[in-house]
Design a protein around this ligand. Sequence first.
Ligand code: HEC
Length: 127
Amino acid sequence: MPPCLVLISAGLCLWPGFAHADGDAQAGAQVFKKCGGCHTASEPANRVGPSLMGVVGRPVAIFAGYGYSDAMKAFGADGKVWDENLLGEYLLSPKTMVTGTKMSFPGLKKLQDIENVIAYLKIMATK
Ligand code: HEC
């Protein structure tokens, strides 16, 4: 295991740079099934969680009509944007990054799944 991954499991490592990640959107559509109970990315509709249509590049906690937790609102209060790095870190362990979030999803363990689901979310921005 590369040293950075060891540090991630210890929660100490910053995401090692997703900006150039090249995920597979088709594989990501399969991974997204884990999110699909709570989110849609194909319509601007809120379910248990906010719509993820166009989430890559969108500021945190701004989707219209969705009642975000105070934790998520506070996390986005300084104008953070869901870029690939931030999403990657969040999806690895949502509650570690946003303590108190009401997204009750433990996170994706495989880095490849994270890259792929981000690639999927990117193409869903334009559909
Ligand atoms: C059990 C339901 C559930 C599952 C499964 C789930 N989420 Fe969420 N998600 C939520 C909820 C609820 C929120 C709102 C969190 C808050 O306000 O604290 C959220 C928020 C988010 C946000 C922040 C959106 C914004 O507008 O700021 C992202 C990004 C996100 N989820 C991505 C995902 C992805 C990708 C997956 C699958 C790998 C996933 N979620 C799985 C319930 C879920």
